[in-house]
Design a protein around this ligand. Structure first.
Ligand code: BEZ
Length: 264
C-alpha cells in the first residue's frame, strides 16, 4: 500500500489544516537534502506538495509523486504554475513502488511517506532506478516504535473486543533498514533514529482526529458506534501519558537517512 492511497479517505484540507506538522517538521530534512539550482529531484509521497514547492524555491527542478489523485490535485492548486512548461515543479499521480523515470534524478527525497508503503523492496528499487550513480536519497519515515503507545492502546482495546486488526505501517530500525538500502544499491552515509514527540492540533480532540485521519485500517469491520467507544477508551488509557495542558502529544520517532546510489 502506498502513501495517500485513493482507497483511504484522505482529505487534503484536513491534512493541510490539522495535520500541518507532517510538513512543518519536515523542514530541516530540506537542509539535509541541500537542493542546488541545477538539481533534478524526485519527491516520493509528496502529499499536498508543501515541501516539493520549498525544494523548487531553491531553484531545483522537482517532480512530486503521490498515489492519491486528491493529493496531487491539491498540490497542483498550491502551485498554479506547476506543470507549465516553464515551471520547475510538477506533480504526477504515480505508484512509488513501480515508478520509472524518463531522465535520471540527482536526488530522491521523501518525508513521512515511506512508512505507508508495504512493498519496501519495490519503493527502494524505484528510488535506486530513478537516481544517477552518485545521486542521493534523503528521507525520513516513522522509525522503530513510532507512535507505540497509541498503537498498543488501540490494539489492546481492539483485542479485548475480539478484533485482530493491526496497524498498517512499516516503522523500521536502523538495523533493519540500512541492509535493505544496501541490498538495493545504496551506500548508507547517515542513519539516525530519534524521538520527536509531536503536539497534535485541535486540543482535546487531537488524538481522536489523528486516529480518524491516519488510523482507518484499525477499524476495518468495526461498526461506527463501537469505533467511537474504542477511541474513547484509548483516550482514557493514554490521557495520563500523552495529554497535558489541553493538548495531546504523539510519541513520534523518526528514522532519517542519507544514502547514495552506487555504480551498477
Ligand atoms: C508519522 O509521520 O510518523 C505517522 C503519521 C501518520 C500515521 C502514522 C505515522
Amino acid at each position: 500500500m502506498g502513501p495517500h492511497q485513493d482507497d483511504q479517505p484522505w482529505d487534503p484540507d484536513a491534512y493541510d489544516g490539522s495535520h500541518a506538522f507532517v510538513y512543518e517538521y519536515g523542514e530541516s530534512l530540506l537542509d539535509r537534502l541541500d537542493p542546488r539550482p541545477d538539481d533534478r529531484i524526485l519527491d516520493i509521497g509528496c502529499g499536498t506538495g508543501h515541501l516539493t514547492n520549498e525544494i523548487a524555491a531553491s531553484g531545483a527542478t522537482v517532480v512530486g509523486i503521490d498515489q492519491s489523485e486528491a493529493m496531487i490535485e491539491q498540490a497542483r492548486s498550491s502551485n498554479p504554475t506547476s506543470d507549465s512548461s516553464s515551471s520547475r515543479c510538477s506533480f504526477v499521480r504515480a505508484d512509488a513502488t513501480d515508478f520509472s523515470a524518463d531522465e535520471p534524478f540527482d536526488a530522491v527525497f521523501s518525508n513521512a511517506a515511506l512508512h505507508w508503503i508495504t512493498d519496501q523492496d519495490g519503493v527502494l528499487e524505484s528510488a535506486r532506478d530513478a537516481l544517477r550513480p552518485g545521486g542521493r536519497f534523503v528521507a525520513e519515515l516513522g522509525g522503530a516504535n513510532n507512535v507505540q503507545l497509541i498503537v498498543d492502546a488501540l490494539e489492546t482495546e481492539l483485542r479485548s473486543r475480539g478484533y485482530d486488526n493491526e496497524h498498517p505501517w512499516c516503522f523500521p530500525s536502523i538495523g533493519e533498514y540500512a541492509p535493505r538500502l544496501e541490498s538495493h544499491g545504496f551506500e548508507v552515509r547517515m542513519a539516525r533514529l530519534f524521538d520527536r514527540p509531536t503536539t497534535l492540533e485541535d486540543g482535546a480532540g487531537g488524538l481522536a482526529n489523528w486516529i480518524g485521519m491516519f488510523g482507518e485500517e484499525f477499524f476495518e469491520s468495526v461498526p461506527d458506534d463501537e469505533r467511537d467507544e474504542i477511541i474513547g477508551a484509548v483516550e482514557d488509557e493514554l490521557r495520563p501519558a500523552l495529554f497535558r495542558d489541553g493538548s495531546w502529544t504523539a510519541d513520534y520517532r523518526r528514522l532519517r537517512f542519507v544514502a547514495v546510489a552506487v555504480d551498477d
